[in-house]
Write a protein that binds this ligand. Structure first.
Ligand code: WTA
Length: 636
C-alpha cells in the first residue's frame, strides 16, 4: 500500500509530483498493489486527445465486482457493506454485510442471465434509492452487461429518450417509490415510456410500496419471485480493462443528453483511490453520501469507490425534510457517520430551517464534510463548517463531473488546507490548467480562465454512446490537446482553484445539470408559444434557478396568462421532469437578437440577475427596443 494513503502535506506534494512526472509508473503502482486482476495489462496508458482515444491498463482482465465484493469476504465478510436507511424512520434499517451482498448480487446476476441479458447488452435501471438499485448495478457488472441508471425523478419522456439512445433490452424498476409523505407511481411512468421503446424485451419489477400495479403479460415479471428461485453462486464474467462498465446521461449545451461511457479498470482504480484519500476513510468508519445513485456522485461514491475499499456505505431512501428537517442529523447520530457528503443546495435548504433541528442531535462522530455538484457560496460554507462540522471537521469542496468519473479538484482533510468557496488543489494525477480567450495557457497564479485538463486520468469517460464525433467536439475541440470542462475558474496566489461556474449553456439547478435546449424545446411545443429563451439567475436555495423569456404568438394574450405559465411548466414537467420547471416566466414581445438572428442570452442573463447596468452596448442588435421593454417588465 505504498502510496495509497496520503496522510500529510509533504506526502501530498511528493506523491503529486511523482503522479505527474511519471503518471504511468504512478498508476501502475497503485493498480498492482491494491486490486485483483485476472491478467495484468500490456501497457498502462495509450492516449491521443486529437482522436480522442484513451486506454488505461490495456489488455488487463478483471471483474470490478470481485474487487468490490469477493475479495473482502475473507477479511470483512460480516462487515456491513450497505446500510439502508428507509424513507420512513419507523421502518427498520437494513444492514447488508459483504457476505450477504455477495449472495444478493450473484442471485440478481443469475436472474439477468436467465432473462436473456448477455455481456455488452444495455440494461436500464429506473429505481428509487432502495438496496435493489445498488445490487442491480453490481449484478450488471458481474455479468458484463452495461448499466444505464436513469434518475427516478425523470419523466416518462426523458426515460424513453435515454432507453432508445442506448437501445436497452431490459429495464429494472419498482412498483413505486416513497418520497417523504408521498408515493410515486414509478411503474406507471415506465409503462408510459415503454410505449415509445421497442427495444425493451423484459421489465423486472421490485416490490417497494406494495401498490396494485398493472403487469403486462410476457413482458413484466416480479423480481422477488425470480430472485427467490435463483442460485446465489455466479461466476464473474472476465472483462477487458476497456470494456464499458456503464453509460450515464448528462445534459449538454444543445440537443440530446449525452450518454457518457465509462470503462472498467481505470474507473475502478481512480474512484477507489480518490474515495480513500478525499474522505480519509478508515476501516470502521460509516460513510454517507446523500446523493442518488441516479447521478455520477452515487455511482462513484456510494457504490464503486466505497465498496472497492471495503467500506460501509449508507443508502438513504428519503428526503432531508421528512418527517422533519432534523432527519439528516438524526441519521448521522443513529449510525455515527464519520464522513458526510452532500450538495450545497441541501446545505442551504437546511440552513434556512434554523439551528433547533440540529441541537437535539449528537454530530460528534463527523470527521469530514464534503460538498459537490455546484459552487458552494461563502454563507453556506460557514454554516456547514460552524453548525455541522463544529469548526473541527474539514470541508472538502470536491469539483468534478459525470465525464471525469471521479473527484478532480479537492482539498484532502487534515492534509491540505481548505479555503471557503475554493475547491483548492488538483487531486493526485490531475493536471489542471486555465486557458484565456486566445487559447493560451495562463501561467502563474492570480489568473482566471477556462478550466481544462492537460493529461488523461484513469476515469475519464471514453466516448459518448453512439456519437464519438460529439465527444470530440464537446470536450477536445475548444483547446488543442486538452480536455475542456465547460467550467470557468480562477487560481489564487498559492494555486488554489475556485470554480466560477459554467461557461456554456448548461445551467446547474439544485446541483442538477440542465441543458437549455431541451427545456426550450418543451416550452416551444405549447401551441401559443412562438419562441423562448432560458437563463439562470441566483436563487437562495437552489443556487441557480430558471428564468424563461417567452414570446407568445399572439402578443396581446400575454398579460393575463397565469394559466399559460402553469401549462408551460406542466409541459416541462412531462418532457423532462419537475427539476426543470421555471421559477420565473416573463412574456415578452420579442427576444433580443444579433443581426444574424442569434438570441443574445448574455443580455437576458444580465437582466435576470438584475445587473442591467452591465448590459454593454445593445445598439447593434437587430431589435434594441425590446431590451428596454424586457427590463421594464422584468420579474424581480
Ligand atoms: C459543477 C457532479 C463548483 C461544475 C459531480 C461541473 C461544481 C458540473 C462542483 C458537473 C464544485 C460540480 N464546485 N462547481 N465542487 N462540483 N460542479 O456532471 O459546473 O452532475 O462542470 O457532476 O457541476 O456536474 P455533474
Amino acid at each position: 500500500m505504498s502510496n495509497y494513503k496520503i496522510n500529510n502535506l509533504q506526502k501530498y506534494n511528493d506523491v503529486y509530483k511523482s503522479s505527474v512526472n511519471d503518471p504511468e509508473k504512478f498508476w501502475e503502482d497503485i493498480a498492482v498493489k491494491n486490486f485483483i486482476w485476472k491478467k495484468k495489462w500490456d501497457s498502462v496508458l495509450e492516449w491521443d486527445f486529437s482522436k480522442p482515444e484513451i486506454k488505461w491498463f490495456k489488455g488487463a482482465k478483471l471483474n470490478i465486482t470481485e474487487n468490490c465484493i469477493d475479495r473482502h469476504l475473507k477479511v470483512r465478510g460480516d462487515k456491513t457493506a450497505i446500510l439502508f436507511e428507509p424513507n420512513n424512520p419507523d421502518e427498520e434499517t437494513q444492514y447488508i454485510t459483504y457476505n450477504q451482498l455477495h449472495k444478493k448480487v450473484n442471485k440478481f446476476a443469475n436472474v439477468l442471465k436467465q432473462e436473456g441479458v448477455k455481456k455488452g447488452d444495455r440494461v436500464c435501471i429506473y429505481l428509487p434509492m432502495i438496496p435493489e438499485l445498488a445490487i442491480s448495478v453490481l449484478a450488471c457488472a458481474r455479468i458484463g452487461a452495461i448499466h444505464s441508471v436513469v434518475f427516478a425523478g425523470f419523466s416518462a419522456n426523458a426515460l424513453a429518450t435515454r432507453i432508445n439512445d442506448s437501445k436497452c433490452s431490459m429495464i429494472i424498476t419498482a412498483d413505486g417509490s416513497f418520497r417523504g409523505a408521498k408515493t410515486i407511481d414509478l411503474k406507471g411512468i415506465v409503462d408510459e415510456a415503454l410505449e415509445k421503446c421497442s427495444c425493451i424485451k423484459n421489465v423486472l419489477v421490485a416490490k417497494r410500496i406494495m401498490s396494485e400495479i398493472n403487469m403486462k403479460n410476457g413482458r413484466d415479471k416480479w423480481l422477488e419471485t425470480l430472485l427467490y428461485n435463483a442460485s446465489d453462486q455466479c461466476e464473474a464474467e472476465i472483462m477487458d480493462a476497456e470494456d464499458p462498465l456503464f453509460i450515464l446521461y448528462t445534459s449538454g449545451s444543445t440537443g440530446m443528453p449525452k450518454g457518457m461511457v465509462h470503462t472498467t479498470a481505470g474507473y475502478m482504480v481512480y474512484t477507489a483511490y480518490t474515495f480513500k484519500n478525499a474522505f480519509q476513510y478508515n476501516e470502521n468508519d460509516v460513510y454517507w453520501c446523500t446523493a442518488d445513485i441516479g447521478w455520477i456522485t452515487g455511482h462513484s461514491y456510494i457504490v464503486y469507490g466505497p465498496l472497492a475499499n471495503g467500506a460501509t456505505t449508507v443508502m438513504f431512501e428519503g428526503v432531508p425534510s421528512y418527517p422533519n428537517y432534523g432527519r439528516f442529523w438524526n441519521i448521522v447520530e443513529k449510525h455515527k457517520i464519520s464522513q458526510f457528503y452532500t450538495a450545497p443546495t441541501a446545505i442551504r435548504a437546511l440552513a434556512k430551517q434554523g439551528s433547533h433541528f440540529i441541537e437535539n442531535y449528537d454530530l460528534s462522530s463527523i470527521n469530514v464534510l464534503g460538498s459537490v455538484g455546484e459552487p458552494i457560496n461563502e454563507e453556506a460554507w460557514h454554516w456547514y463548517n460552524d453548525n455541522i462540522g463544529k469548526k473541527k471537521s474539514p470541508i472538502i469542496d470536491t469539483w468534478w463531473q459525470t465525464e471525469t468519473g471521479g473527484i478532480m479538484i479537492t482539498s484532502i482533510p487534515n492534509v491540505t488546507p481548505t479555503k471557503p468557496t475554493f475547491a483548492t488543489l488538483p487531486f493526485i494525477g490531475v493536471q489542471a490548467c486555465l486557458m484565456d480567450e486566445n487559447n493560451n495557457e495562463l501561467e502563474g497564479n492570480q489568473v482566471e480562465g477556462k478550466l481544462c485538463i492537460k493529461f488523461p486520468w484513469p476515469s475519464i469517460a471514453r466516448t459518448i454512446w453512439g456519437n464519438h464525433k460529439r465527444y470530440k467536439e464537446t470536450y477536445f475541440s475548444a483547446f488543442k490537446n486538452k480536455y475542456f470542462t465547460g467550467d470557468g475558474a480562477l487560481r489564487d496566489d498559492v494555486g488554489n482553484y475556485r470554480i466560477t461556474g459554467r461557461v456554456d449553456d448548461v445551467i446547474i439547478v439544485s446541483g442538477h445539470n440542465l441543458g437549455t435546449a431541451p427545456i426550450e424545446d418543451a416550452i416551444n411545443e405549447h401551441p401559443m408559444v412562438a419562441e423562448s429563451a432560458i437563463v439562470g439567475f441566483p436563487h437562495y436555495i437552489k443556487g441557480c434557478a430558471l428564468y424563461g423569456y417567452i414570446t407568445l404568438k399572439n402578443v396581446s394574450e400575454s398579460n393575463h396568462n397565469d394559466n399559460t405559465r402553469k401549462e408551460i411548466n406542466e409541459l416541462i414537467n412531462i418532457r423532462i421532469g419537475p427539476i426543470a420547471k421555471l421559477d420565473k416566466i416573463q412574456f415578452t414581445s420579442g427576444l433580443p437578437k444579433t443581426r444574424s438572428g442569434k438570441i443574445m442570452r448574455r443580455i437576458l442573463r444580465k437582466i435576470a440577475c438584475n445587473e442591467t447596468s452591465k448590459l454593454g452596448d445593445t445598439s447593434t442588435l437587430l431589435n434594441p427596443e425590446v431590451v428596454k421593454e424586457i427590463i421594464d417588465n422584468a420579474l424581480m
